[in-house]
Write a new protein. Sequence first.
Length: 104
Amino acid sequence: MNKMKKEFANPWPIGPPGLDLISLGLVDVEKLPKQRQAAETTLLRLKKEAIEALPEDLKAAALVPDLTPFPVNRFMATLTPPIEGYIEKVNEAAKKSSAKEKLR
């Protein structure tokens, strides 16, 4: 059995254990490899179309893979901008509550 077939022999759960889409019967295990292949094919086709839509000078840059690792201290994306001084206020409140605990 080749590597690809071994990989799809036991399908990955899609969702939390016990509530994954396979256990709930929402995804047919037999169709899963074909669905995954179709999704990957679509993504590759859309990527090629997006690169073709770029101007020539940007197209050349888009074809060069970016293999630089993510920074270790990279911040997580958020829906709202960070509140200035929020962490300091949380730390201050934690110190105050821990001081009250010690007095008891």
